[in-house]
Write a protein that binds this ligand. Structure first.
Ligand SMILES: *Cc1c(COP(=O)(O)O)cnc(C)c1O
Length: 380
């Protein structure tokens, strides 16, 4: 470098990557592309002997996240994407083409509903939304061109636990694919691929990231179906940035300990509110897994509790239109996640004016219970 001029030195001042000193933390490969020593070296990428060429195709950090979640979900392979939404899109497009028919649960995350109802249809993919509570309803909706059944393992915001065995058995019987959004259950509590599902998707923005500082998604499944999804991710540009992947991987390492604490706190809060006269109904699953029943609790406040006052009286509990962070937060589904669901369907699903969704964090259990009791009393 010494013999070059100033303008060249400013660009090329960095030393080579140290080859003998291995970093304890995974380095962030914050790079859009990879370099090659000569043309043979570059050719070796195309011959399959080198992993990385261009970060939109793949990158060590995004691969870490995809393969990490695949490992936990007992999947052959996985791909990390820019958001939960893009993971869902890539998964569906790996299965469904123009002219195909998808059956989705009518009880879905609002964004997913919108993706299916307005975007997929414009790709020429037909979608029917039906209740998955009775498997016979799903069976009746199957048509000749049906290729996919889509549902969530634990639904949002009423936390209904899907009967995945029935859904998967029906898909297998009819030789169609099943895809499960496992965001609320996390791979710690539930692994739908073990039950025979074809694809599992996560909004890694939630429990996998766990700290509300990253937007990301992961799709896992069998090798060939993930290969198709990866090619969608590449051409649609749904790839995740290396730094976001690195953050999500850091979050993933503590998934078990966070979930243990959060599930315990959630159970305690659900029990405490069940007995409270300011709460008309507590929505909390009675069984998701031996390890716990999840960290989300929804409640219908009693009619005499003013919702506005309740939200103003929560103290340290923040109002946030997301979930799954280490902090306890609350949201108001009819004005956030379910804003885009038609009124009629919302009523039919039981998502009303008094419904509050609570994402339980890792704080002290007694403090969480006290904060909610106080806000409910204030609203009376
Ligand atoms: C948040 C969420 C999504 C969408 O994920 P993003 O990361 O926001 O794109 C999908 N499904 C469920 C169940 C979610 O909670």
């Amino acid at each position: 470098m010494k013999e070059t001029n100033f303008d060249t030195k400013t660009v090329h001042f960095q030393t080579k990557e140290p080859s003998r000193n291995l970093s304890k933390a995974k380095p962030i490969y914050q790079t859009s592309a990879f370099v090659f020593t000569d043309l043979d070296d570059m050719e070796s990428f195309y011959e399959g002997n080198k992993e990385y060429l261009y970060s939109r195709y793949s990158n060590p950090n995004t691969d870490d996240l995809g393969k990490g979640v695949a490992l936990l979900e007992d999947a052959e392979d996985g791909v990390a994407t820019s958001s939960g939404m893009s993971a869902i899109l890539a998964g569906v497009l790996a299965v469904a083409n123009q002219g195909d028919h998808v059956i989705a649960s009518d009880d879905l995350y609002g964004g997913t509903y919108q993706l299916f109802a307005s975007e997929l249809t414009s790709f020429g993919i037909e979608v029917d939304f039906v209740s998955f509570e009775q498997i016979e309803t799903v069976r009746k909706a199957i048509k000749e061109n049906t290729v996919l059944l889509y549902t969530e393992s634990v639904t949002n915001p009423l936390l209904r636990v899907e009967n995945l065995e029935d859904v998967i058995a029906l898909a297998k019987e009819k030789n169609i694919k099943s895809m499960i959004d496992n965001t609320f259950a996390t791979p710690y509590l539930l692994q739908p691929l073990k039950l025979g599902a074809d694809l599992v998707v996560h909004s890694a923005t939630k429990y996998i990231g766990g700290h509300s500082d990253v937007t990301a998604g992961v799709l896992v499944g069998g090798e060939s179906i993930i290969a198709k999804a990866k090619s969608k991710v590449i051409t649609l540009g749904c790839n995740l940035s290396p730094f976001e992947a690195w953050l999500a991987c850091r979050g993933l390492k503590t998934l078990s300990v966070r979930m243990d604490r959060q599930c315990r706190n959630a159970q305690a809060l659900a029990d405490a509110l069940e007995a409270h006269d300011g709460v008309a109904r507590v929505h909390y699953p009675s069984f998701v897994s031996e390890k716990g029943n999840g960290a989300m609790v929804s409640i219908d406040l009693a009619d005499n509790v003013n919702v506005e006052t309740f939200f103003k009286s929560l103290g340290w509990v923040k109002i946030a239109p997301t979930l799954a962070g280490v902090e306890t937060t609350v949201s108001y589904p009819i004005r956030t996640s379910h804003r885009t669901i038609p009124d009629e369907l919302r009523k039919q699903l039981g998502i009303g004016e008094q419904l509050i969704r609570i994402s339980i964090g890792i704080e002290d259990e007694t403090d969480i219970i006290a904060a909610f009791k106080q806000a409910i009393e204030a609203g009376k």
